[in-house]
Design a binder for this molecule. Structure first.
Ligand code: ZN
Length: 304
């Protein structure tokens, strides 16, 4: 019963409720080279984890596959997989012997296998070269690597937390925030991703919601001010609609684009809505399945 109560609280708090997000070590082995080791002509801004050929390599955090293959002309990385996370973070996993069953653009979860350890590319021994980058525009630029702790001789296992704070990691991956229309006649909105989860309410065909998280075949949507999960296949993307976050403490939703319009309700700071039109200083948003007008200044483009 305790867990039911906890999940109910988590639901009310929405996406602000998760514990601090942390990268985990991506494989089994021993650190052979720590961050910022002097390599003569350059500083090694990554961690090398020495281990056995063919050992699985897992995603360090939830994200999407950004790169998979051989890239640099000097073949420094060999078989490379990179994962894009929220808030501008990318993780790179180099010198792999082979890849797991992943493709570019595919969503991966923390601890999901993405490749297998090897010594392809510029690698004297079997190891994983593990980099964390932020706001990186170009894989050939080596200016974006950021600190990863861990000293030579330290043993690591996949899933073990990397003891360092990476702010914003638990933010939403931007392209998961999307306006979605309900395409099924009626659709159960559940407390979690799966048919065994309890039903919070029913969405109707044509209603539009904001999706802000994807888990397998399920999408998490804003539903009447709270959040819930629906099957992704029963929804469709709405083209041309833009997502906006409420930045005022509270904003009144009205039935017309003017201050004297009838009050329909309120939206609160941090909530995300779909903006569908603008008029004077007002924006029209999808609001609990219907539509209404709020002051444009109360909304900001969602950018994470
Ligand atoms: Zn390395």
């Amino acid at each position: 019963m305790k867990s039911t109560r906890l999940s109910f609280v988590a639901l009310l708090l929405g996406f602000a409720s998760t514990a601090q997000a942390q990268f985990v070590w991506p494989t089994t082995g021993m650190i052979g080279s720590s961050f910022w080791t002097d390599r003569g002509s350059f500083y090694h801004k990554a961690i090398d984890i020495n281990g056995s050929y063919g050992t699985k390599v897992v995603a360090s955090y939830d994200g999407k596959i950004l790169l998979k293959g051989r890239y640099s002309s000097a073949d420094f990385y060999g078989n490379l997989v990179a994962v894009r996370h929220a808030a501008g973070y990318d993780t790179y996993y180099a010198h792999n012997s082979r890849f797991a069953d992943v493709r570019v653009g595919m969503a991966v979860k923390q601890n999901q296998p993405i490749s297998y350890m090897g010594n392809t590319g510029n690698a004297a021994s079997v190891h994983v070269h593990f980099e964390v980058r932020r706001y990186n525009a170009n894989i050939y630029s080596y200016a974006y690597q950021i600190f990863v702790p861990g000293s030579r001789g330290m043993r690591v296992v996949p899933g073990q937390k990397i003891n360092y704070a990476y702010p914003g990691l638990d933010a939403i991956i931007p392209n998961e925030i999307q306006a979605r229309r309900i395409d099924a006649a009626t659709l159960n909105v559940r407390s979690g991703p799966g048919v065994s989860k309890s039903i919070l309410g029913v969405a109707k065909k044509g209603q539009i919601y904001v999706r802000f998280k994807v888990d397998g075949d399920w999408s998490r949507i804003w539903f009447g001010g709270i959040t819930g999960w629906v099957r992704t296949k029963d929804t469709a993307a709405v083209k041309g609609a833009a997502t906006r976050k409420v930045v005022w403490k509270e904003a009144v939703v009205r039935d017309a684009a003017r201050l004297g319009g009838k009050e329909l309700g309120k939206v609160r700071e941090g909530q995300i809505y779909v903006r569908i039109a603008g008029e004077n200083d007002f924006a029209k948003i999808f609001y609990r399945g219907g539509t209404g007008w709020v002051k444009s200044a109360a909304l900001k483009i969602v950018k994470l």
